[in-house]
Design a protein around this ligand. Structure first.
Ligand code: SAH
Length: 398
């Protein structure tokens, strides 16, 4: 009840998004904080007339001043609450058949699993966590204990890094949270491919789990082809294509560490002798390749996020158009372009428009064969469309 706990009073009329169960309260919607709340403390959220709207985590440094834990009137935010939410998220992946030994999946996807700011990825017997909000950070010890109890992992490792945490006023943190340190190269399987993941030092929490299913979809178009895997990281797309019968692959990434791991991973999959590894900026390298006259049956473009906020949409769109024009120019007539965007601010319709524009300007005709998205272990809560970030197109290019 207002008064008994720190309470965030909203401005008149600013409770509408909470009524639709959108979990973010922006600083501009807040009239005042009654009482005192440290970073991550649980606060009552009330409308201007004092009606209770839910409970959330207070984040004094962030524009997103509070993130809702629960909209249920009487629900307490305590260890039992986190146990229910974590168990529900894990059960959902179990029902999807994703908790098989030796494989990897995302167990908890932040707002979409009712746990704003918490990411938990499962890599075989190890878990990798990101606590990206003040609220998730404040509950770290409870969450780690519960994950140990619910999953029985060999070790839990923290990779709380990146811009999201800085916006919450939190420093980066990396290290063992429980159990054993993960091995430098953890051997796993992804589909039919062997995979080795470096949880402590790899990008994100060690791998791009969101592309696991899409690699198989792209590989289905790669039989007997020459593949260009641009922004390859450790070569997930190239390996899937080669295992599906592609003749050879060129991997391009700006990270020498990523390509070193790609060399070992392609060797473990017995496809290394059919690979070329190029440490380079994709934008420059694709131009250079274009000028040599080399062409490919399958070109994969899986760039990093170009658009981090709405004001970057125009510049980011130009970046996507550029790279797609370059990619399209390298596809042999009748071949395939598989192109992705992981920028949530560029929705599927805009992305399709950008790619269509790139085809016109590259002088190529293209047909959409398949539309790809993020997989079921990266769900999108219907009241939180911001979670919908990954989109891709597989195109036939003439
Ligand atoms: N396709 C990968 C994931 C790619 S993530 C997979 O399936 O696992 C994006 C990658 O692009 C990262 O590995 C990053 O190192 C690389 N990268 C970012 N900017 C780049 C640039 N300008 N040129 C080349 N690589 C770049």
């Amino acid at each position: 009840m207002p008064g008994s706990k720190p309470t965030v009073w909203l401005k008149a009329g600013r409770e509408k998004s909470l009524r639709r169960r959108h979990p973010w309260v922006f600083s501009g919607a807040i009239e005042r904080l009654e009482g005192e709340a440290a970073a991550g403390a649980t606060v009552e959220l009330v409308s201007s007339s004092g009606e209770s709207l839910g409970r959330g985590a207070y984040s004094p440094a962030s524009q997103i001043r509070a993130r809702v834990w629960t909209f249920e009137p009487g629900e307490s935010v305590d260890a039992a609450f986190f146990r229910r939410r974590l168990a529900r998220a894990i059960e959902s992946r179990r029902r999807l058949g994703l908790i098989a030994s030796g494989s990897a999946c995302r167990l908890v996807f932040s707002e979409s699993d009712g746990l704003p700011g918490l990411i938990v990825d499962r890599y075989g017997e190890y878990l990798a966590c990101q606590f990206l909000s003040a609220g998730a950070d404040a509950w770290r010890a409870t969450i780690v204990d519960l994950l140990a109890e619910l999953c029985g992992p060999r070790g839990i490792y923290e990779r709380s890094e990146g811009g999201a945490r800085h916006k919450e006023g939190l420093q980066s943190r990396r290290g063992v949270l429980a159990g054993e340190e993960p091995p430098r190269e953890l051997e796993l399987v992804s589909g039919a491919a062997r995979w080795s993941v470096d949880i402590a030092n790899g990008q994100k929490t060690g791998a791009y789990l969101d592309q696991q299913a899409n690699r198989a979809r792209v590989a289905a178009h790669a039989r007997e082809g020459d593949v260009l895997d641009a922004f390859s990281y450790t070569g997930g797309f190239a390996i899937a294509c080669l295992r599906a019968g592609a003749k050879q692959a060129t991997l391009i990434d700006s990270s020498a560490d990523a390509l070193a791991l790609a060399e070992r991973e392609t060797a473990a999959n017995e496809v290394q002798e059919r690979c070329r590894f190029v440490v380079a900026n994709v934008f420059e390298e694709l131009r250079a390749v274009r000028d040599t006259g080399a062409r490919f049956d399958v070109v994969v473009l899986d760039p990093p996020k170009f658009v981090h906020s709405a004001d970057q949409i125009p510049a980011g769109s130009r970046g996507y158009k550029d790279v797609n024009m370059l990619g399209l120019a390298l596809v042999r007539p009748g071949g395939v372009l598989a192109t992705f965007s992981c920028s949530g601010h560029v929705d599927a319709a805009l992305f399709q428009k950008i790619v269509a524009g790139a085809a016109v300007d590259a002088g190529r005709t293209a047909q959409i064969l398949e539309r790809l998205a993020q997989p079921a272990d990266h769900p999108v809560a219907t009241e939180f469309p911001e979670a919908d970030y990954l989109k891709g197109l597989i195109l036939r290019v003439h």
